[in-house]
Design a protein around this ligand. Structure first.
Ligand code: UD1
Ligand code: UDP
Length: 367
């Protein structure tokens, strides 16, 4: 059906589903026509359908089933398939969120058709062009007709690149998502009982970035550092393993220290509940750096840089790289830190502000 009010949303991975859920809810509550396109970049149940079920989202209207392959092939197939879908949908706007290959593919297709592109979580920069996500962010920002920056510092990054006239600072939809689910996580999740751990007496590790887990020495250093940290604070570690990392763990044949417990990827409420009560998070995830900051849980990031510098500035996050000694020292300091910072990612109304911006400035009137 052709409807020039229609907003199409293109997503493909776990964090995009979580961070676009508030936007989908806001569209529902305004009764605004929208169509959801899932590229299928993430397809395992515990990376995709579990979030649609648990977050009460309708299944995608289009599931392109692109799956895993090399960057070029994956992005290329997405471009071909997204173009077919968007030609059928004929949207006024296409929204993408974040920095994955699905986002880049959605941006490229939209920029060549008669539809406008909105980038949610625009303006993040790690200034590390070896990260595929950094290239995806830069290209998507520069192809966008409107950019929704989560913070003033993200907007300042865009200004440095000459993008000033089509930017709105909205906060990050991750705050909306946390606000909408934190109480539910407290009441519904039994993850602490299941893992037999006590609030404030465990660490959580997530590591999945290709520059960390695909490099044997770096991945080994992270495991060693986190195990040393766990010894020094006397807490066990829960590590929900992303499939990329799981493949590397078996390929590299690491023996995992006893104080690190490997588990399957968790659903959102269980993971939020773990984050709410962890003594500290150790991560290379973007979303986890943000969520732990929002939830007043100290974070230690096993990277040399971050595109979320606000978390470091407010004192919620420390960048320690992958040196085992630095990880152990960083975790000890995090566990002992006084939690006293302001969430820099907004007031939980990002989705509302994004749709207000679109309806005020671009889309003639709501249906
Ligand atoms: C992607 C994003 C990354 C994001 C992450 C969120 C890019 C370049 N990377 O990384 O920015 O932080 O998603 O989690 O877009 N696999 C499965 N099941 C799935 C999906 C993947 O088993 O449902 C396995 C496959 O072996 C695949 C590997 O995981 O080769 C990596 O998947 P891919 O989507 O290429 O990248 P991610 O590491 O998930
Ligand atoms: N997450 C989850 N289960 C897990 C690990 C993470 O639900 O086992 C959620 C987490 O709450 C956050 C998002 O996944 O909202 C982060 O995704 P990921 O780390 O895969 O990607 P990134 O944010 O680094 O792009």
């Amino acid at each position: 059906m052709t409807d020039r009010q229609t907003i199409a949303l293109v997503l493909g991975t776990r964090p995009e589903i979580i961070k676009l859920a508030p936007v989908l809810r806001e569209l529902e509550s305004r009764d605004h026509p929208y169509t959801l396109v899932h590229t299928g970049q993430h397809y395992s149940g515990n990376l995709s359908s579990v979030f649609f079920d648990q977050l009460n989202l309708d299944p995608p209207d289009y599931d392109l089933g692109v799956g895993s392959s090399s960057h070029g092939e994956q992005t290329g197939v997405m471009i071909r398939e997204i173009e077919v879908a968007l030609n059928e949908i004929d949207p006024a706007w296409v929204l993408v969120q974040g920095d994955t290959n699905s986002v880049l593919a959605g941006a490229i297709v939209t920029s060549k058709m008669d539809a406008k592109l909105g980038h949610i979580e625009a303006g993040l920069r790690s200034y590390d062009r070896k990260m595929p996500e950094e290239i995806n962010r830069v290209l998507t920002d520069h192809a966008s007709d409107h950019l929704f920056a989560p913070t003033e510092s993200a907007a300042a990054n865009l200004a440095t690149e000459g993008i000033t006239d089509r930017v709105t600072v909205t906060g990050n939809t991750v705050v909306d998502a946390v606000d909408q689910h934190a109480d539910l996580a407290t009441s519904e999740s039994a993850v602490l009982e299941r893992f037999e751990i006590s609030p404030g007496k465990y660490l959580v590790l997530t590591a999945h970035r290709s520059e960390n887990v695909d490099v044997k020495g770096r991945f080994r250093s992270i495991i060693e550092g986190v195990s040393r940290a766990a010894d020094s604070v006397g807490f066990p570690v829960i590590y929900p393993v992303h499939p990329r990392a799981e493949e590397r763990l078996s390929e590299f044949e690491f023996s995992i220290p006893e104080n690190i417990r490997i588990v399957e990827p968790l659903d959102y409420l269980d993971f939020l509940h773990l984050e709410q009560h962890a003594a500290a998070m150790v991560t290379d995830s973007g979303g986890v750096q943000e969520e732990s900051c929002i939830l007043d849980t100290p974070c230690v990031t096993v990277r040399a840089n971050t595109e979320r510098p606000e978390t470091v500035t407010v004192g919620a996050n420390e960048l320690v790289g992958v040196d085992p000694t630095k990880i152990a020292t960083g975790v000890k300091a995090a566990v002992e830190t006084d939690v006293d910072w302001e969430n820099p990612f907004g007031d939980g109304t990002a989705a509302e502000q994004i749709l207000d911006t679109l309806s005020e400035h671009y889309i003639v009137s709501d249906a």
